[in-house]
Design a protein around this ligand. Structure first.
Ligand SMILES: C[S@@+](CC[C@H](N)C(=O)[O-])C[C@H]1O[C@@H](n2cnc3c(N)ncnc32)[C@H](O)[C@@H]1O
Length: 183
């Protein structure tokens, strides 16, 4: 991560404007990716690519790849520029479009999915991608403490679906980590 430190630090100056995750949440994603040796990751909500860099840097170590979805073309272009600057663009595919359409077009089997777009769409993102998450795969949803009232359907789903095992983690704005099993 040392290699990407100056770029990440620079992007942290505009974190509010681009609604980026906190550095500790980036570190959390990075640890998970390394621990499960993730090969395929999906990110929903790229913005200018701050979290994308954390994820992609971890995937560079595991030899994995990332698809990231963003419907704002200006933000997606900024993310591409930052990924090129970091030398991570070859392992990341930035897809411009509505995640509600784009997820269905993904045919990879994902080891980890990171949700950080519209809070009231989290449940629909997860329902769309769930068949493509491997058993033993992980889902990380951001802003689950500060914006919890915008995602009651997601909360209900991840804590009541028998194949999902979920825990609230009070990292910055809160994340819910879910683990998918077959039964
Ligand atoms: C919270 S920001 C993502 C921040 C980013 N993960 C980071 O930490 O650097 C949410 C982004 O999701 C995008 N977004 C919201 N709804 C979307 C959708 N349905 N499909 C694709 N992108 C969406 C917004 O344009 C915004 O850039």
């Amino acid at each position: 991560m040392e290699k990407y430190k100056s770029l990440l630090k620079r992007l942290e100056k505009t974190a509010k404007q681009y609604t980026n995750i906190a550095p500790e949440n980036g570190q959390f994603l990075s640890i998970l990716i390394g621990a499960i040796k993730a090969q395929n990751v999906l990110e929903v909500g790229t913005s200018n690519g701050y979290s994308t860099i954390w994820i992609a840097a971890a995937l560079k170590e595991t030899g994995g790849r990332l698809i990231t979805l963003e419907f704002d073309p200006t933000r997606a272009a900024e993310a591409e520029t930052h990924l090129q600057e970091a030398g991570l663009d070859r392992i990341v595919e930035v897809r411009v479009g509505n995640a509600l359409d784009e997820i269905a077009k993904c045919d990879a089997t994902f080891d980890l999915v990171f949700l950080d777009a519209e809070k009231n769409e989290y449940r629909r993102y997860l329902e769309l991608v769930l068949p493509n998450i491997r058993s033993g795969g992980l889902i990380v949803a951001d802003d689950t403490l500060t914006m919890r009232d915008e995602m009651p359907d997601y909360i209900e789903y991840v804590f009541n679906t028998p194949t999902l095992h979920s825990v609230d983690i009070p990292l910055d704005d809160g994340v819910i980590l879910s683990y998918k099993t077959e039964v």
